[in-house]
Design a protein around this ligand. Sequence first.
Ligand SMILES: *Cc1c(COP(=O)(O)O)cnc(C)c1O
Length: 405
Amino acid sequence: MTIGQRHLFCPGPTPIPEMVRRAMNVPAEDHRAPGFGDLGRDIAQGLRQIMRMEGGQMFLFPGSGTAAWEAAITNTLSPGDRVLMARHGHFSELWAQMAVRLGLDVELIDVAWGAGIPVKEIERRLGADKDDRIKAVFVTHNETATGVTSDVAAVRRALDMNFHDALLFVDGVSSIGSIEFRMADWGVDLAVTGSQKGLMCPAGVGILGVSDKAMEAAKHATMRRAYFEFADMVRLQADGHFPYTPPIPLLHGMRAAVDLLLAEGMDNVIARHARMAGGVRAAVQAWGLEMVAEHETLFSDTVTAIRTPMHIDAREVISIAHDELGASFGGGLGRLAGRVFRIGHLGWVNEGTLAGALSMAEMAMWRAGMDIELGAGLASAQRYWSDGKRRDRPRVVESTPIAAQ
Ligand SMILES: *Cc1c(COP(=O)(O)O)cnc(C)c1O
């Protein structure tokens, strides 16, 4: 047993604000009662602002982000439809696997884990697709496994430049609510997220923003679906009621979390995440370690994946942090297992949270035998966060005892 607080420094689930936890402490409730509908409606309204969405439908499916992936596919596509996607990390790989399992004809572009989505290649394939066989392009906005953020707007431009009609699917599970996400401006047709990352709640709700174009596609899509049927869910937008029993306490938490984000203001939320990430990256640089992300333009502001030297198994660093320090870091996923550990910096986080994370990471790496100078990364982050914030004071040349003044 760990005495004192355990710390969660993984990129999801993320720390739950005290206010959100309290909001979830509710007695059982009748979800068919008049007035209950306000809850779902309030959340959907708030999420629209967070995603910068216009028109379309916002759905909250009991389930996780993965459920929302499935809902997006089964409602808008038909068996055998061709979809284009890049594979550049564990989550894009899993999404591709799901698409194959559901019977889609998946055209994959494999790039290095650590690269962003290959916009030029996507553009080329869309250009070559003269008879519009590609029905959808899937983009993992923020690859949580590699700490890479890709340019969704560039994919929209590639579609538009080719006058291509494919739907644009975006996995925003570790970006929405933390970094810039512009559903309307980017012409995203299906935006997927979950409740336990940027939205600071427990897992349990899969969130799906659906454009009018995707709602239209849903009328003709023939893939089988039942629980995740959009048509059954449309009432959520109208009167806030669910077709089945929703996770009620979690919804109360989500409303509180959405309120917190909107009270802070999305521009401030985005700026805070950029600032937090900058401190973490300053620390990684001071440690002399490599990030998985190949280039600084790809660095994610919500998660940093850090490579350990060849002779150090990252799993050992993670288990030391967990067992000896009560701190959880993210592990290397898929082919990065043992090579990488990840620090999440999204959601309810500030300098204090991350100073703790960096300090624990240093201790764990040092204890694992790595050549780390204790305090070096932390100091570097402290300097980054304090840059330009030092008060200007006249230099005191000679100090006079206060009593003598
Ligand atoms: C966490 C995550 C998922 C999976 O979401 P679950 O809620 O665990 O089902 C999918 N995509 C990305 C990018 C993620 O970070």
